[in-house]
Ligand binder design. Structure first.
Ligand SMILES: C[S@@+](CC[C@H](N)C(=O)[O-])C[C@H]1O[C@@H](n2cnc3c(N)ncnc32)[C@H](O)[C@@H]1O
Length: 221
């Protein structure tokens, strides 16, 4: 039987301060509980959290299109964090911050209640093998995180190209009494000219995968 050793929740914090300008990356060791987003961004604004931002392409476009919103990216892979920061720095994006960490851990331990206006989760790893399901972002552990951190009226935006995982996500979130499904589209069939394609989405389309796009809304209960 395979022996699974779970990765630690977070990689070690990066070495100090990138030179010049603001710090895009907030080292985990610098964070105080609960997170003070106004301090983190240097201003008060609606907060969108992207979980698993990969190499940062989505926020390069979305954060530039929405300068009035603060975007927090959570990504656990150090290489992807570096690639994302390079893109955002080149474009001089002031409304993005990134924390290198496991998203469940960060949100459970650090995010204050009713602090998030929007979650964005694009092409989250589906972990198809049963013994790996506990590594999925969409699992029962997520519901109390969403219930506690979403502001009333907040949105949860999701895309996946794996139909079996789409069904898992629907089943999980449809059971949450505080969420209402607002949109369920197939972007490979019904194209949306405003859609921002991530690297992962481009590959999925080239390979003929379905693109499921979901939006849920927090409704007070
Ligand atoms: C399949 S990639 C998709 C990347 C990007 N969203 C895109 O659409 O191109 C999934 C990303 O989520 C990150 N990730 C997976 N689980 C995570 C977790 N629990 N916390 C933070 N990042 C996670 C992975 O490191 C990877 O970069």
């Amino acid at each position: 039987m395979e022996r699974l050793t779970e990765p630690p929740p977070c990689e070690p914090p990066p070495r100090p301060a990138e030179k010049g300008g603001w710090d895009l990356e907030i080292p985990l060791g610098d964070l105080k509980k609960p997170l003070d987003f106004t301090r983190l961004f240097g201003r008060e604004a609606p907060l969108a959290v992207e979980v698993g931002s990969g190499s940062g392409l989505f926020l390069t476009i979305e954060a530039a299109n929405r300068p009035g919103t603060n975007f927090l990216a959570i990504e656990r892979d150090g290489g992807e964090v570096r690639r994302a920061k390079d893109k955002w720095r080149r474009r001089n994006l002031l409304n993005v911050r990134i924390i290198r960490c496991d998203a469940h851990y960060l949100l459970e331990e650090f995010a204050p209640p009713r602090s998030v206006d929007e979650y964005i989760i694009l092409y989250s790893d589906p972990w198809p093998k049963k013994r790996h399901h506990k590594r999925r972002f969409f699992q029962p552990r997520l519901l109390p995180i969403l219930e506690r951190t979403l502001k009333p009226g907040a949105a949860v935006r999701i895309k996946t190209d794996v139909t079996a995982y789409y069904e898992v996500i629907r089943e999980l979130l449809d059971t949450a009494p505080f969420l209402t499904l607002e949109q369920d589209h197939r972007l490979d069939i019904e194209q949306d000219p405003e859609d921002i394609q991530t690297n992962y989405q481009r590959k999925a389309i080239e390979q003929g995968h379905p693109i499921h796009s979901l939006r849920y809304r927090h409704t007070a209960v």
